[in-house]
Ligand binder design. Structure first.
Ligand code: NDP
Length: 284
């Protein structure tokens, strides 16, 4: 028996290692259902040595695209036909989109962050302190630079990784950035408008402390955290105690999902439906 194409759902996938319980699927499928889109989001456990075959299989199976989580975000690049502007600058892909016969790698992490941020403030011309220089921080630094941020103050524990990011921003994108090595409580400059935790500090740990001098927090500053579990991190609680506006990591995660759905289907899905489904799947 063969099914006519029109009865088959559009397929999108997620290739990860340790995908069990990935809450992104629940969020994306809730949007498909809400908007009456005949599509499925399939979580696939793929080991690094099987990545090439997995991508080949997806390309041959009528998929419209797929997400990737670590460790596949960088190693997938040779198997694609091109990269979006920010994915190329970041050097990592978390969302692949089929455009005709070409499979293009995009990075929706930083774009998702930017969508969350611009609900509160336009980053153009602003001074931003960004802690971290790993994958999440890189994607945010690149998108902020492309969006016309005034100055990026990068703060990272390991100078090597910090310097790589500094180089990407200043040399690669002609952005305005400086780097501080982080080995004690960081004093926030009074002209900082936006303060971002782009590290994994706080992941699954309600009390983990991002090393900042809390006496230097000012109420006009906007604080954002990439950590989404728990959503209310100590970093955001400290900022809230100083009456700062805050953006949690769930917001970034939901918005990267919104952008993925937009890339794959062309629609702009309902953000609140997705956030609700994600919170339910994560039990928070
Ligand atoms: P990476 O491992 O690539 O980078 C981790 C970063 O955190 C590095 O800069 C590292 O510094 C820093 N770091 C870790 N522990 C410490 C510590 N004790 N003190 C100082 N610095 C520390 O991770 P990712 O960038 O991929 O992920 C970071 C976080 O972002 C994770 O919690 C992840 O879940 C979250 N994330 C959230 C997304 C969302 O949509 N909300 C999307 C993607 C990621 P160093 O370089 O010195 O090692």
């Amino acid at each position: 028996m063969s099914l006519s194409r029109s009865f088959c759902p559009t397929l999108v996938g997620c290739l990860s290692q340790g995908a069990a319980g990935n809450p992104t699927g629940a969020m994306v499928e809730a949007a498909f259902t809400h908007h009456g889109i005949n599509a499925r989001y399939i979580n696939m456990e793929v080991s690094p040595e099987n990545l090439a075959d997995a991508v080949k299989g997806i390309r041959a199976s009528g998929y419209q695209g797929f997400n990737l989580s670590m460790p596949h975000k960088v190693t997938v690049i040779p198997f694609l036909d091109g990269l979006g502007e920010s994915a190329a600058a970041i050097g990592a892909v978390n969302c692949v989109v089929r455009r005709g016969e070409r499979w293009i790698g995009e990075n929706t992490d930083g774009k998702g962050f930017l969508r969350s941020l611009t609900e509160i403030v336009d980053p153009r011309g602003k001074t931003v302190v960004l802690f971290g220089a790993g994958g999440a921080a890189r994607s945010i630094a690149v998108e902020l630079t492309l969006a016309g941020v005034g100055k990026l103050i990068l703060v990272n524990r390991t100078p090597e990784r910090g310097n790589q990011l500094l180089n990407t921003i200043v040399v690669g994108l002609q952005g305005n950035a400086e780097l501080f090595t982080w080995n004690e409580d960081f004093k926030l400059p009074p002209d900082a408008d936006i303060v971002i935790n782009g590290t994994s500090i706080g992941l699954y740990d309600l009390d983990a402390r991002v090393q900042i001098d809390t006496a230097t927090i000012q109420s006009h500053q906007i604080f954002a955290d990439v950590v989404f579990n728990p959503p209310l991190t100590r970093f955001l609680r400290d900022a809230g105690a100083s009456s700062c506006k805050t953006i949690d990591g769930l917001s970034m995660l939901v918005n990267q999902g919104v952008l993925g759905i937009h890339f794959w289907t062309g629609i702009w899905p309902d953000v609140s439906i997705m956030r609700q489904a994600l919170s339910k799947a994560m039990g928070c």
